[in-house]
Design a protein around this ligand. Structure first.
Ligand SMILES: [Zn+2]
Length: 119
């Protein structure tokens, strides 16, 4: 079992919590239950804040900088929890992850050409 905090596999069983197997990380001391939610450690509060920022006109990159959540993660949330969003939300406004990545690659290659990182 891998620790969700430090990714260490030095964990041991630590009894049961609400019917679930509880584990204790011997590396960082964190306790966790078997297979927590798949939201990669982001809690609902943070999620809602990010989505609210997006709905209020903030760009995904801006949210990424402020909240430290990768923009592709936010897009996944936008697609998954549309029903939680206020009325202003329109699914058509969600950019495609693939397009964003292409843009990123484009910018990256431009930088490399003008820089001195040639091999
Ligand atoms: Zn740990």
């Amino acid at each position: 079992m891998e620790c969700p905090e430090c990714k260490s596999t030095r964990t041991s069983k630590n009894g049961h919590k609400r019917g679930k197997q509880n584990y204790l990380c011997r590396n960082c001391g964190r306790q966790f239950v078997d297979r927590p939610t798949t939201n990669r450690g982001y809690n609902d509060q943070l999620k809602r804040e990010c989505l609210k920022m997006y709905v209020n006109g903030m760009g995904l990159r801006a949210i990424e900088r402020v909240k430290g959540v990768h923009h592709t993660t936010i897009i996944t949330w936008l697609k998954g929890v549309g029903e939680l969003l206020p009325d202003a939300y329109t699914p058509e406004q969600i950019p495609d992850v693939g397009e964003l990545d292409e843009l990123e690659t484009f910018i990256g290659s431009k930088k490399t050409k003008s820089g001195c990182g040639q091999r």
